[in-house]
Write a protein of this length. Structure first.
Length: 105
């Protein structure tokens, strides 16, 4: 999904569900935008758009001393980005968001 398509989906959700809450979370490798709302059937839904750097490899840092630990560092591209959207439904039994099944749509 492209960023333009995400903007269209976000605008339609904000128009269709006036009680929609939105937010943005940032970390070292990317940004997550989210919308939460109750659909027409009364189910709590969450749409997430993730834009992040592409992982290009791993660096292993270690020493040859006895008892030393190995540290693995992820390496990310500065130019390439990955973008995707996820849909979640609130699960009362788990008290957490569960990834929505495609058959729900």
């Amino acid at each position: 999904m492209t960023e333009d398509r995400w903007k269209d989906v976000k605008a339609k959700a904000l128009d269709a569900f006036p009680n929609c809450t939105k937010g943005k979370d940032e970390d070292d490798i990317g940004v997550t935008e989210w919308l939460e709302f109750e659909n027409n059937e009364g189910k709590k839904m969450r749409l997430e758009w993730r834009d992040q750097k592409v992982k290009t490899g791993e660096k292993t840092l270690s020493s040859r001393r006895a008892g030393s630990q190995v540290k693995v560092e992820n390496v990310y591209s500065e130019t390439e980005r990955s973008q995707h959207m996820s849909v979640y439904v609130w699960d009362d039994a788990m008290s957490d968001w569960a990834k929505a099944e495609i058959s729900l749509f």
